[in-house]
Write a protein that binds this ligand. Structure first.
Ligand SMILES: [Zn+2]
Ligand SMILES: [Zn+2]
Length: 214
């Protein structure tokens, strides 16, 4: 019973290790990134872009220890100013793939233990025959290596809350009369001769004018 697709670039064959603890081989592989490798709508490896893997497969008593690095190009969006962000990612990972018939302590599994629920199997990767699937391990490693809030530059000032201008392009950017009450005051003091119809209005104006003089 083998559910892994051997043509999948993230499926590897450990047959050559021969299950002799201590034997080791290295594998290099370049392949096109699968969909959704990264943090959705934030930053990730573009689908179809090149990823280069270098793996070290070591046979140990319980299974095959897989260590490696992946090099990929990532693209995303600055979390402050929404400018495109690009980076090269160099990710290290290591995972032990247990032999199908052994448990986590290297003992031969009894047939009843093969019926373990999926919950018990969580975080445990197993070989399927001689093969293992690197995809879940690579996905976890890439997501962990990515910034949760990528920025175009460390000191990115983000966007102006008034008009949306990118502040790093224009650090002196500001708005006069940002406060509409202040704008109204300026308008009043600029037109002192404008008479109001109601006493209440003119009282207010006198009060404001006094404030201005102080
Ligand atoms: Zn930015
Ligand atoms: Zn602005």
């Amino acid at each position: 019973m083998n559910r892994l697709d051997h043509r999948d670039p993230l499926v590897f064959d450990t047959h050559e290790l021969g299950r002799r603890a201590g034997s080791m081989r290295t594998v290099e592989r370049t392949f096109k990134a699968p969909e959704g490798l990264g943090i959705a709508d934030v930053i990730g490896v573009p689908t179809g872009s090149e990823i280069t893997l270098e793996l070290r497969l070591e046979s140990v008593v319980e299974g095959v220890l897989v260590s490696g690095t992946a090099e990929a190009h990532v693209t995303g969006e600055c979390g402050r100013c929404l400018e495109p962000v690009e980076d090269d990612l160099d990710v290290d990972f290591q995972e032990l793939y247990y032999y199908p018939e052994t448990d986590e302590r290297g003992r031969t599994r009894k047939s009843s233990e093969d019926e373990q629920s999926d919950e018990d199997e969580e975080e445990t990767y197993r070989l399927e025959g001689d093969f293992f699937d690197l995809e879940p391990v690579l996905r976890d490693a890439v997501v962990l290596a990515l910034p949760l809030q990528p920025v175009c530059q460390e000191d990115c000032l983000g966007l102006c809350s008034e008009c949306g201008v990118r502040l790093s392009d224009d650090p002196d950017h500001h708005h006069d009369a940002a406060d509409p009450r202040w704008a109204a005051l300026q308008g009043l003091s600029a037109a002192p001769g404008d008479e109001g119809d109601e006493n209440k209005d003119s009282d207010t104006r006198e009060g404001l004018a006094e404030n201005q003089e102080k």
